[in-house]
Design a protein around this ligand. Structure first.
Ligand SMILES: Cc1ncc(COP(=O)(O)O)c(C=O)c1O
Length: 406
């Protein structure tokens, strides 16, 4: 592990060039740049083609340019009261979770800042942070920055269920945090209430904090249900949840997020958060509060659309000869490329973007270096395809893939 903090952060997310001693762009940026250079269809980065609700965008514009809503000056560091109240009311209405908006909801600049502030608040040099692998890359970066060590429990195909016996074996008195992400990026696994309850119990016994990243909470398919961590027994003692406007409303550029949990834990996260960005985006906070208060049918319509595009990409990948795994939630499908190539998925991704004209993310970029070196790990043979795109774009991508592989 390199020693300066910037290099530890980069190395933790596989974006440190050890030879040159420089920071590389994230895997998403690299895939996007490679796709643009090759004129490829980019199914790498997880942002939707379709814009979010017009009425929310109009509300944000109105808040910026008129007297409606907040001013354009610093909003409160913990977030606009309207946003905190809307987050609490949304948790109550959707999950029956009761939160006091004045002490149990903290606005953050995207879930990304909530993740950073939580990890930096609770992990320290010498401690270990445990998560499921593959993981969202900012976890590795922040654990590296904190000087802690990231330990992982692999999620394995075909259903990517968390191995709780393996988790129990890995969690010790050195464990400061367990990072949970359900619905899970990139596998699309939806952890059950029983699994989340056991994870919370494991953390409680070890005196560790659980951070639960729930940004895909409204992108759940086939009538399955998301279980928020704060709805399970014992969670109020040990867990903070993180979510945001981005995925739920197809407004990924707005960067309005929130951390929820007990007054004590939220207060501790605030200790870090208020010196990262302090605050941001009053108009977007305002419009997000309106959306959370009444989504006007957006969640259901978006779910239906995404389930359709998920099924379209599943069939396309299967027809092209890959082995895709059906996700229960989220924006992504993982597909095993070994039926069509002897190469690793990282090597195959380079060919795919240049020769087939389709960009995808090698899952190995979202794993530990030790997993990347493990020739027996199935994760090294998997690519992540985003299906949050227009039908016509996905149709073209699938036919390019099919023609090239044939
Ligand atoms: C699992 C996960 N957490 C957090 C984020 C970031 O959320 P935000 O855009 O609100 O910072 C993403 C975005 O891709 C994600 O996939």
């Amino acid at each position: 592990m390199p020693t300066p903090p910037w290099a530890r952060a980069a190395a933790g997310a596989n974006t440190y060039d050890h030879g040159a001693g420089v920071v590389l762009p994230t895997v998403y940026e690299r895939t996007t740049a490679a796709s643009i250079a090759a004129g490829a269809i980019n199914l790498g980065q997880g942002f939707p083609d379709a814009e979010g609700p017009q009425w929310m965008r109009a509300a944000a514009a109105e808040a910026i340019t008129s007297e409606a809503g907040p001013t354009n000056q610093y909003p409160p560091g913990i977030g606009l009261p309207a946003l905190r109240e809307a987050v609490a009311a949304h948790q109550q209405a959707h999950y029956g979770v009761e939160l006091d908006p004045s002490e149990q909801v903290l606005f953050t600049t995207g879930a990304t800042e909530g993740i950073a502030a939580s990890i930096l608040a609770f992990s320290e040099p010498g401690s270990e942070v445990v998560t499921f692998e593959p993981w969202y890359d900012s976890y590795g970066a922040m654990v590296g920055l904190a000087g802690a060590e990231l330990r992982t429990v692999p999620l394995t195909a075909p259903d990517f269920r968390p191995d709780l016996a393996a988790l129990r074996a890995l969690v010790t008195e050195r464990t400061s945090m367990i990072l949970l992400n359900s619905p899970h990026n990139p596998t699309g696994a939806l952890f059950t209430a029983a699994e989340i309850t056991e994870i919370v119990e494991i953390a409680r016994q070890a005196g560790a904090v659980v951070m639960s990243d729930e940004v895909y909470e409204h992108l759940v398919f086939d009538d399955a249900a998301h279980t928020p961590v704060l709805s399970v027994p014992g969670a109020e003692e040990v867990a903070v949840a993180v979510s945001s406007v981005g995925k739920s409303f197809s407004l990924t550029g707005w960067k309005v997020g929130w951390v929820t949990g007990s007054p004590d834990l939220v207060n501790r996260v605030r200790g870090v958060k208020q010196f990262l960005s302090f605050t941001s985006a009053p108009a977007y906070q305002w419009a997000t509060a309106l959306g959370l208060g009444d989504d006007r049918g957006f969640f259901a319509a978006n779910q239906e659309q995404l389930q359709r595009t998920r099924d379209l990409v599943m069939s396309g990948l299967m027809e092209a000869g890959l082995r895709p795994y059906l996700p229960a939630a989220g924006y992504f499908i993982l597909a095993d490329v070994s039926p069509v190539t002897d190469k690793t998925a990282a090597e195959f991704a380079v060919e795919l973007v240049e020769r087939a004209g389709v960009g995808a993310i090698p899952v190995s970029a979202l794993t530990l270096p030790s997993t990347q070196r493990d020739t027996g790990s199935a994760l090294n043979g998997m690519l992540r395809f985003a299906f949050c795109k227009d039908d016509e774009v996905l149709d073209r991508a699938m036919s390019r893939l099919d023609q090239w592989i044939r």
